[in-house]
Design a protein around this ligand. Sequence first.
Ligand code: RIB
Length: 303
Amino acid sequence: MKILDFGSLNLDYVYSVQHFVRPGETIPSAGRQIFCGGKGLNQSVALAKAGADVYHAGKIGSGGERLLNCLKEAGVDTRYVLREEDAETGHTVIQVDESGQNCIILFGGTNRQITPEEADGILRNFEAGDILLLQNEISSMAEIMEMAGKIGMRIALNPSPISKELFSYPLELVTWFLLNEIEGGELTGKEQPEEIADELLRRYPQSRVVLTLGRDGVVYRDAAQAARHGIYRVERVDTTAAGDTFTGYFLAGEAAGLPVEESLRRASVASSLAVSRAGAAPSIPCLEEVLSANLEPMDSSKL
Ligand code: RIB
């Protein structure tokens, strides 16, 4: 069983600011750092650091070599990363405020230049039972899902960022929905976490729903079981890639056949550690750190 993450690769330009810039305002930044990121890249790195064998597919352009090296260093197989030297690699402008919160502007670049034909050439190397992980930062999403469905791959979808196109994707093919409550609310029209999970399961009864709730942790639901887990107390430095870390660690647990509760625990510890560090990919901990971490639960009643 192989895992293919078909997803975005971004250079993150991260500006440290006192507060997020407001309409019409010009503000100074305390500094800028350039990190490797992209929801796709971050999730591949998290999967690899969690111990999974993962292939990354995507596209880079000029300046993208650094992203390729970042994947390789984490142990990700990059043979399916395409190049388009005349085009610009995806990038972001990220503000991180003094409380560690972020806001992100995305420039798609080569992430948005993946064609159905290119995707077909890559997906041919996979077979029924393999896992395809997708976010929503690349082009040809619907076609990729259809092709993977025909092959019999199991699809894990992190529907982030939400777009109007997302609603026309073949979501009935999804096995794992990994999303936060804002995305879940937009997708279902519901507000309360239980209602969101109920509605997703009503529409897609075959699916497993992993709904992250920020400070309230995470709820898991499928047709047969329910589980939840809380978060841990850490100093919040930068929340960028915390969700991606959660997704990669949880899916690695599922692929390895771990009990859902253990996958939730590892993913929660890993994402808490990521929040305590700067940057996207560089903040993702390795499995040894996660297994040996001794973090204090924020609210033990939720563990
Ligand atoms: O989830 C965080 C990621 O979202 C960042 O690394 C940025 O590149 C955007 O894709």
